[in-house]
Ligand binder design. Structure first.
Ligand SMILES: Cc1cc2nc3c(=O)[nH]c(=O)nc-3n(C[C@H](O)[C@H](O)[C@H](O)COP(=O)(O)OP(=O)(O)OC[C@H]3O[C@@H](n4cnc5c(N)ncnc54)[C@H](O)[C@@H]3O)c2cc1C
Length: 293
């Protein structure tokens, strides 16, 4: 299965500026190495044979997870575990922490980065759907300058991100949610350690018993993670009771067009979508009520 690695030039910059300069010089075929959970097996299977690799292991400042005022900043070298071990984040970023916690392999959570997970751009990402409903932004830098995009825009197609040549994701930024907001994540897998057959995340903002705003995202039901726009619109201004939540979940399930693959059938995914959305909406609404007081 694995072959001898093909040779490549290896770079270990120490600063973001040096990294961007090297990436600009190397051109589009160079690959960035973070935790290596995806890239190293790809290299060993010869699915990727880049002429040069730029490791960000020693780039100063990229490993931090910190609160910058009301914004959680997750650097490109921060492991998934570095994010989940911050107990102070639990109430504000519950869906994200549940998404990370659902990745069963301790080795992957310790070695893999949150940013690397997003850059792989798999529609089964358990990090993307929580970050989408939490309205996170991806900060991108290159020798040409810097830009920020919503997480959903990083996903162009299945396993294809929207980064351009020479671009480095430096960090992900997520604003602390306001009081009255709750979020939740859930997923279904064949085995605990497997990728999602389907996953879902919700964030709900309450105004008393009424839904002021709802954001819903589903993974593994299309080539990229998707928002459930119609269900979100339906929920706005309605009482967050079980019947309303069930109707919104049915709408979200009707609006997806999943495929059949080795993990699941399209029919199962559609049925399961209704169950998962109902579950995450209910949990997010309960958490939102608890955070009101
Ligand atoms: C056994 C196993 C089980 C897994 N289970 C799950 C699961 O259940 N749910 C789930 O969501 N994920 C799962 N994953 C995916 C895992 O979360 C990712 O592989 C990991 O987080 C990727 O991060 P990394 O730092 O190792 O990336 P790397 O392998 O270093 O890089 C991945 C890709 O992203 C690019 N890249 C990395 N960092 C940057 C950057 N800063 N800027 C631009 N491009 C960059 C690289 O060039 C490469 O193309 C699993 C992976 C494995 C191996």
């Amino acid at each position: 299965m694995f072959a001898t690695l093909r040779s490549f030039d290896y770079h270990e910059p120490r600063t973001v500026e040096e990294t961007l300069r090297i990436l600009a010089q190397l051109g589009p075929d160079a690959r960035i190495l973070a935790g290596g959970c995806e890239l190293v097996p790809d290299l060993r299977r010869h699915e990727s044979t880049p002429p040069a690799i730029v490791s960000i292991a020693h780039v100063a400042g990229l490993d931090q997870v910190r609160l910058d005022g009301e914004v959680l900043v997750i650097g490109a070298r921060a492991s998934l575990h570095a994010v989940e071990r911050q107990p102070s984040l639990h109430a504000d970023f519950a869906a994200l922490l549940e998404g990370i916690g659902s990745i069963a392999s301790v080795q992957v959570r310790n070695t893999g980065t949150l940013v690397g997970n997003l850059c792989v751009a798999t529609p089964a990402s358990d990090i993307a759907t929580p970050l989408i409903v939490l309205e996170a932004e991806v900060q991108i830098a290159s020798a040409r300058g810097a830009r920020a995009i919503p997480v959903a825009e990083l996903f162009r197609a299945a396993k294809r991100n929207s980064l351009e040549a020479g671009e480095l994701v430096t960090e992900v930024r997520v604003r602390r949610s306001r009081p009255g907001t709750g979020s939740a994540f859930a997923k279904l897998t064949r085995t605990a350690a497997d990728c999602a057959k389907i996953n879902a995340a919700a964030a709900v903002v309450r105004a008393g018993p009424v839904c002021a705003e709802a954001r819903l995202a589903l993974g593994s039901v299309a080539a990229t993670p998707v928002r459930a726009d119609r269900a979100e619109g339906y929920l706005r201004g309605r009482q967050l009771d079980p019947a309303t939540i069930a109707s919104a979940a049915a709408m979200a399930a009707e609006d997806i067009d999943p495929i059949t693959d080795l993990r699941s059938t399209a029919e199962y995914r559609r049925d399961a979508a209704k169950v998962l959305v109902e579950r995450v909406l209910g949990e997010a609404a309960t958490r939102a009520a608890a955070r009101k007081s």
